[in-house]
Design a protein around this ligand. Sequence first.
Ligand SMILES: CC(C)(COP(=O)(O)OP(=O)(O)OC[C@H]1O[C@@H](n2cnc3c(N)ncnc32)[C@H](O)[C@@H]1OP(=O)(O)O)[C@@H](O)C(=O)NCCC(=O)NCCS
Length: 155
Amino acid sequence: MRLVTLTSKRLDQAIELVRKSFPKDNAAPLHLVESVEKITEYRDKYWVAIDKNRVVGICGIWQPRRSKIAWISWFAVTPKYRKLGVGGRLIKKLQAQARSWKINTLRVWTTDEYKIATDWYQRMGFDIIHRDGENMVLNKTTKGKIPPINMTDMY
Ligand SMILES: CC(C)(COP(=O)(O)OP(=O)(O)OC[C@H]1O[C@@H](n2cnc3c(N)ncnc32)[C@H](O)[C@@H]1OP(=O)(O)O)[C@@H](O)C(=O)NCCC(=O)NCCS
């Protein structure tokens, strides 16, 4: 299994994985396309995990303009490949990218629907810092104080 930057070569398979993993969220495929075409107004990057020439995992990171935090986006491992350490390798990539952007705080929006992911992020050192109904923000700050929740940073 290897991790590679998402490019147009793997785009179709990556879109298939996010469609299956987040069936209610139409934004996922669009974000991947915009990232690969480099037309986003913010800084972002995606990686895919490849095994036997198939995409088996995906994760992304994006940084709102002028923000000191970065957000995780569209993180998923194909069901057959879960609990094998793929997610762990992907999150290390995100954390390394955040460090190289000189960002100490990584956040992710999730919902109660993704209970496994909520538990998983907490195991990876994230804490729930905000709740809005079934939605929540998990945070991991590696240096300094946890930055306040700021609406302009959220979307
Ligand atoms: C969350 C997700 C990405 C985790 O990926 P993964 O490849 O299974 O994770 P890993 O194999 O790297 O797991 C790392 C650790 O978490 C543990 N773990 C994995 N799945 C777990 C689960 N369902 N419950 C409890 N622990 C779990 C592993 O045992 C491992 O622990 P260890 O290092 O102490 O052995 C994956 O379950 C997934 O794609 N879920 C559906 C999509 C989703 O919810 N995405 C996030 C939405 S915001």
